[in-house]
Design a protein around this ligand. Structure first.
Ligand code: GLC
Length: 390
């Protein structure tokens, strides 16, 4: 694996932030397009953008408390509103009553909390006619590309070290139309350690399954599932469909057992504050991570199977994730190792077990699950986990 990806696969859990002018309208980030709001009308919201409760230190603290190791924040979404002081546009946060470079402040806050810094950038911009007309209108397209490339260069040269550049919105055009090779080589020149996703249309460093766990074909390299905490990326006032801590934890451990990361989204309100439901959810996830983070950070999948949930592993320790509690007994199958000891990861309390060839029976378990979401049982093995006969 590339050196620059090491921290990323170790981290396993990050926070995605979708925040922009659309957050004021409270109907998520596609509102301008889906309601077909004319540009001039949409632009009027800029005069109401105050970001009065924007405190990136609080965001970063919340991410850290949730057990996350990195963040990725929208610097400009499809609506064209830049959250940084770009010289390529006046439609930006520094030209609103907020009057702040929100990205600059965010980068500093991440650094202060020891989180890796990711920036999301949408190649497409609905406000440009050139985007809609396409690359055939060579002159206009070139002007558009100058803007896109220029903004990316600004992001890579104004805030010190950036760890992740998270592109989006290349559709419906090809990498060559975006001059993506050239763009990425500029990026790497400015930020030699940076990792980039696959949404310029070029492979980049990691894949980005969206809103799902890639059950049938997990990528054979670094990847990250991005997922919303309710049904929306950008703040949607009426969206009450919040995920439960159990759903989030279940997705996280499943993704890790398949060798991937989870980038979990929060859509702050227009004023910059996190919805309380998201904060509440993350606090439960964080409490679980404090008890069980060892089964997540730097972990990958183990080839064992159970009926209760996935199995992750690090070195010669396997972690059985009991998302469903069977009471009394759990059987772990396809164990090619000899198990030396078993214990509850959260408390260190010993778990009795009987090994019957490649099947390990964890016994004498309490009738009710010790953890409300996922009880993790660690198995110390004689070596890295392997299936029998290997
Ligand atoms: C999609 C959407 C976008 C969101 C992104 C997150 O591409 O267009 O609104 O930012 O997915 O993965």
């Amino acid at each position: 694996m590339e050196e620059r990806l090491k921290w990323f696969v170790e981290a396993r859990f990050g926070m995605f932030i979708h925040w922009g002018l659309y957050s004021l309208l409270g109907r998520a980030e596609w509102v301008m397009y889906l309601e077909d709001i004319p540009r001039e009308e949409y632009a009027k919201y800029a005069s109401m953008f105050r970001a009065e409760r924007y405190s990136p230190d609080e965001w970063a603290e919340c991410a850290k408390e949730a057990g996350m190791k990195y963040m990725v924040m929208t610097s400009r979404h499809h609506d064209g509103f830049s959250l940084f002081d770009t010289k390529y546009s006046d439609f930006k946060s520094t030209r609103t009553p907020a009057g702040r470079d929100l990205i600059g402040e965010y980068v500093d806050a991440c650094r202060r909390e020891g989180l890796k810094v990711g920036i999301y950038y949408s190649l497409l911009d609905w406000r440009w006619d050139a985007y809609w007309k396409g690359p055939d209108d060579v002159k206009e397209w070139e002007r558009f590309l100058e803007y896109v490339h220029g903004q990316v260069e600004e992001l890579c040269s104004s805030y010190g070290r950036i760890d992740v550049l998270w592109f989006d919105g290349n559709w419906p055009y090809k990498p060559e139309h975006w001059r993506a090779e050239e763009l990425l080589s500029k990026v790497r020149k400015l930020q030699p350690h940076i990792i980039v996703n696959n949404r310029t249309g070029l492979p980049g460093d990691f894949d980005t399954p969206e809103q799902h766990v890639p059950w049938w074909a997990p990528p054979q390299r670094a990847w990250e599932t991005c997922m919303t905490t309710n049904d929306s990326w950008g703040y949607f006032e009426g969206d009450r469909n919040w995920k439960t801590p159990r759903q989030v934890i279940s997705t996280l451990v499943t993704v890790v057992s398949m060798g991937g990361n989870l980038l979990l989204n929060v859509g702050p309100r227009g004023d910059g504050s996190f919805p309380p439901e998201a904060v509440e959810l993350l606090s439960h996830v964080g409490a679980w991570m404090r008890r069980n983070g060892e089964s997540i950070y730097g972990a990958r999948g183990a080839p064992f199977t159970t009926t209760v949930g996935p199995v992750t592993a690090k070195g010669s320790t396997a972690f059985v994730h009991a998302l469903r509690w069977p009471g009394k007994r759990i059987t772990v199958a396809r164990v090619g190792n000899s198990v030396k000891s078993a214990y509850l990861l959260a408390t260190g309390k010993e778990v009795k077990f009987v090994q019957e060839g490649s099947r390990v029976h964890l016994e004498g378990l309490p009738a009710l699950p010790p953890d409300p979401y996922d009880t993790v049982i660690a198995l110390e093995l004689d070596s890295e986990p392997r299936t029998p006969g290997r």
